[in-house]
Design a protein around this ligand. Sequence first.
Ligand code: 13P
Length: 248
Amino acid sequence: MRSKLIAGNWKMNGSLAANQDLLLAIAQGLGTPSCNVAVCVPSLYLAQVQHVCASSPIAWGAQDMSCFEIGAYTGEISASMLRDFGVRYVLVGHSERRQYHGETDEQVATKVQRALAAGITPIVCVGETLAQREAGLTADVVKRQLAAVIHANGHCISEVVVAYEPVWAIGTGKTASPEQAQEVHAMLRLQLLAASKQADRISILYGGSMNPANAVSLLAQPDIDGGLVGGASLKANEFLSIVAAASQ
Ligand code: 13P
């Protein structure tokens, strides 16, 4: 049985003061959740989040990491540095990294290897653009993105979390319908099962304009095991509502 995970992706938002308020409000409203809850924050704030969340059920993660282990890579942050701050998850291959920073499938696959080697669970993001969907390329794109990660990680693939985030649904208010999302999730599940007998335990999250109004129907789908939440994770009440939807 896969336990559900609701992970917030704060993206490039936050300040010391705002983070403190948000985390305390989430922790206060959370009680003892029956699903896993995490926030993926700008790396500068990991020490703060570790301090505030250490004795709460909220896990924390980073939004990216280097594909290199150590050395002369100015500006980069390694998996072992993240580990120093108690990071449980790291987003890898988010579409905003692929789009604005030219991240390739191969770099994403290497980051996944490095994260796993450091004992951090990578949340591997895949998803098609609107143009790709309209051209009927959704399956090709997401399978290619996932295949690179499977190829580089062999049987360790069962240790990752996958997030399907259609690019056209991110920050646009346009959510994939539960049926559209389930169709892709089922396809990804089959691809994972073909790679590892243990793939049944891999959580596949949905991300893209998830909010309290659509979370229940999305999370009711058999292959949607949680959410990767952007905008709504910055508002404690909305994030808590989504966590409650996952706990049903
Ligand atoms: P929104 O929930 O703001 O659409 O962002 C989704 C996302 O990119 C999470 O990683």
